[in-house]
Write a protein that binds this ligand. Structure first.
Ligand SMILES: *Cc1c(COP(=O)(O)O)cnc(C)c1O
Length: 424
């Protein structure tokens, strides 16, 4: 499928007058339409709830939009919990799915009334010691091990993942938790990431529903919800077929009716913790071509770099690039599109065929709405960019300013820009 930008060149030229590049731009209308479609796809399940994975895009103004559609927050750290609290998501609007969890994070999760999803059987004792009790509603994260395959395709390798409990531990954990007073249970698993197939969720659901039936039979625990977590992917590449959320929802419904309903478990709520699927395609990184370099290869140097979008450097991930205003020109120039870090993996694209790029051209790097800004860092003293929302009415709104050098130095004692380091 042809990958189009959600913003026109004319709109972008107006926006950059006010907010200089680089910045992440988000598409409010796209986010709203997509979350409606997600809710609709699971509307057959009365208890359905999406807990947006905050780590994918921790901008409270964006998550506030999702809140209008009844979304909760999936948190995994102290600051993500604080962020949720600030937008009024507390109690069972928070799913706390963490691992290797520090005590003070459990304390805050408990204080906010979050639903706690235990990553490991040893966390039962750790949690009880930390907060002094076992909550009445509690969830356990499951990892069946092995490879997760669809037909003959290996989707991911749960056996090599640090998350979750083995089957044996899961049964044991339910028994212990029940004996300690837990009344309602959840099961959670995340077995494959960024799946671009309509089959992942139904297959995962089958695994979880079958184990849920056994758990209920064997332990007598009342299972309140099954959390299918994240993992529904997006088509980063033009030749990928996007997931059809309606088909995915129906696929899960079919398994629900085959496995849970006959077991008398037709009251189980389905939860999701999607991040990438919810905001990924509705964000882009806008950057300006500021240099061209002709050596052993052809390079275009941008004013953004890997600190603004780490996925290509970290995973070799593909992000589509549109040269604004040259959408219809033929792609007969081969470029490495780079940032300015002193790191050779700081390349948004390698050997990418693009139209001829001129200095000053605006480049749109697609699909940065999830795991984009949020994975940012400060290597080389580079600063995090601004985040701008392209509102449904066409106006652009700054929802996070760019970092300044003052922000970068703020955690140092006795440091002031332009002054000598104080004597201590
Ligand atoms: C990262 C994560 C998610 C979201 O994953 P996506 O790939 O963005 O859908 C959901 N749940 C947990 C526990 C996660 O760690």
């Amino acid at each position: 499928m042809e990958k189009k930008t959600f913003v026109t060149k004319e709109q972008l030229e107006e926006i950059v007058k006010k907010y200089p590049t680089p910045f992440h731009l988000y598409d409010e209308k796209g986010i709203r339409d997509n979350i409606k479609a997600l809710k609709e796809a699971f509307s057959w399940n009365p208890g359905y709830k999406e807990y947006f994975a905050v780590k994918a895009n921790p901008n409270p103004f964006l998550i506030d939009i999702l809140r209008e559609y009844g979304c909760g927050c999936d948190c995994s750290s102290y600051t993500e919990l604080l962020l949720s609290e600030a937008i009024g998501a507390t109690g069972d609007d928070i799913m706390f799915s963490s691992n290797a969890t520090p005590a003070k994070e459990y304390e805050l999760a408990d204080k906010l009334g979050a639903v706690i999803n235990l990553d490991d059987i040893t966390h039962i004792e750790f949690l009880e010691k930390t907060i002094g009790h076992i909550p009445e509603v509690i969830s356990c994260r499951y990892n069946p091990g092995g490879l997760f395959k669809i037909s003959n395709d290996i989707m991911d390798n749960p056996g090599d993942a640090k998350y979750g409990m083995t089957t044996e531990q899961l049964f044991e954990a339910f028994k212990i938790l029940k004996a300690k007073g837990a009344k309602e249970f959840g099961i959670h698993a995340f077995l494959a990431s960024n799946t671009v197939t309509n089959e992942y969720y139904p297959m995962l659901a089958k695994v979880l529903f079958e184990v849920a039936v056994k758990l209920q039979k064997e332990t007598g625990a009342h299972i309140k919800f099954i959390n299918l977590s994240g993992g529904i992917g997006i088509p980063y590449k033009p030749d990928q077929e996007p997931n059809d959320i309606k088909v995915i929802g129906e696929g899960v419904r079919k398994v629900y009716e085959e496995v849970l309903v006959p077991a008398g478990m037709g009251d189980v709520a389905i939860y999701t913790e999607l991040g990438r699927f919810v905001t990924g395609p509705y964000g882009c990184l806008v950057t300006t071509a500021i240099h061209e370099k002709h050596t052993h290869k052809e390079y275009i140097g941008c004013d953004a770099c890997a600190v603004n979008l780490m996925r290509p450097a970290m995973y070799g991930a593909y992000h589509h690039i549109t040269v604004m205003g040259k959408e219809n020109e033929s792609c007969d120039y081969k470029y490495d599109v780079t940032g300015s870090l002193c790191e050779n993996n700081d390349k948004f694209a390698i050997d990418r065929m693009l139209p001829k790029i001129d200095i000053g051209d605006l480049l749109v790097i697609h699909d940065t709405g999830a795991h984009g800004y949020s994975m940012g860092y400060n290597y080389n003293g580079k600063l995090r960019s601004a985040e701008v929302l392209l509102c449904a009415d066409g106006n652009a709104k700054l929802i996070r300013r760019a970092e300044t050098p003052e922000d970068y130095f703020a955690t140092l004692d006795c440091f002031e820009i332009g002054k000598k380091l104080c004597e201590k």
